[in-house]
Design a protein around this ligand. Structure first.
Ligand code: SAM
Length: 261
């Protein structure tokens, strides 16, 4: 995969691209990332990439032409041009999976009051927001998207299951995790995890994942589909209601009292 990141602050991207999983993915050739400095495409002698808004008002607006030239310098037939914007579709794991299937992403980072609307209308294929808050620029949002997408590329995570069994790989939060020592400051690791019985551990973790999701994100459970084995476990734990017509009403309740261990 190739990712071009269009920004007026390319140095902001340096550290996140040079550490951890992204560094490794770049080194093994799973992804190539090009920071593109929009200023290099400014058309006036002062290299201006922004100007005052027509109609007045606060702040500056990113000019259309440098942005258009920067996109045109990077764009190929298979490119998806993405604008980072607080007004965009909310970025989630499904969006990350969708972007991970693309060969070429162009991520456009806004600054100031955002980009000239005519550029947005002519060049942008889709817009993503990373949350209902305002950042000073799209660079950190672009890094969030890069991280979420690159870890889904084949071979990037050592263990394939790592990205299949995570929170949001299906509408379910992941179970709590424990590591050594077994007894930490008087708090023991749950006995089921120490049993060495893989089936028992898997069942325990599934129920804990259901419990955590019910407590924190009950609306996710409305979309969750269960395997035959999971249905059996739910029944054994008195959670058959999750398999019935009552599920929607249960999940919509603000506080759910689950008969969980
Ligand atoms: N004036 C704009 C508005 O009210 O909608 C906000 C502009 S913001 C200060 C500058 C840039 O930061 C945006 O163009 C966008 O690229 C980026 N940005 C800010 N918040 C974001 C968010 N939640 N998700 C993605 N990008 C964001």
């Amino acid at each position: 995969m190739l990712i071009d990141i269009l920004t007026i602050f390319p140095n902001l991207l340096a550290s996140p691209l040079e550490e951890g999983m992204i560094r490794k993915a770049r080194q093994d050739g799973s992804v190539t990332i090009h920071p593109v400095n929009i200023r290099d495409f400014a058309t006036d002698k002062h290299q201006m990439t922004d100007d005052r808004p027509f109609g007045g008002g606060e702040g500056m607006v990113m000019k259309a032409e440098p942005l258009a030239l920067a996109v045109e310098s990077a764009r190929r037939a298979d490119s998806l041009v993405v604008l980072l914007s607080p007004q965009g579709t909310m970025f989630d794991q499904a969006a990350a999976r969708d972007l991970a299937r693309r060969d070429h992403l162009i991520l456009v980072c806004g600054r100031y009051e955002g980009v000239d609307e005519r550029f947005r209308e002519s060049f942008i294929d889709c817009e993503y927001s990373i949350g209902d808050y305002i950042l000073s620029g799209g660079e950190l949002a672009a890094m969030v998207i890069c991280d979420a997408v690159i870890r889904l590329l084949p071979g990037v995570l050592g263990c394939v299951d790592s990205s299949l069994n995570e929170t949001f790989s299906r509408p379910l939060l992941k179970h709590p995790q424990y590591t050594r020592p077994a007894l930490w400051r008087g708090v023991a690791t749950p006995q089921a995890l120490m049993s060495g019985d893989h089936a028992k551990i898997a069942d325990y973790r599934f129920i804990q994942a259901i419990r955590r999701t019910a407590e924190r994100r009950p609306e996710l459970l409305q979309r969750l589909e269960f395997s035959q084995r999971e249905k059996k476990i739910l029944r054994e734990h008195g959670l058959a209601a999750l398999l019935s017509d009552e599920r929607d009403a249960l999940c919509a309740k603000e506080k759910i009292c689950w008969p969980l261990p």
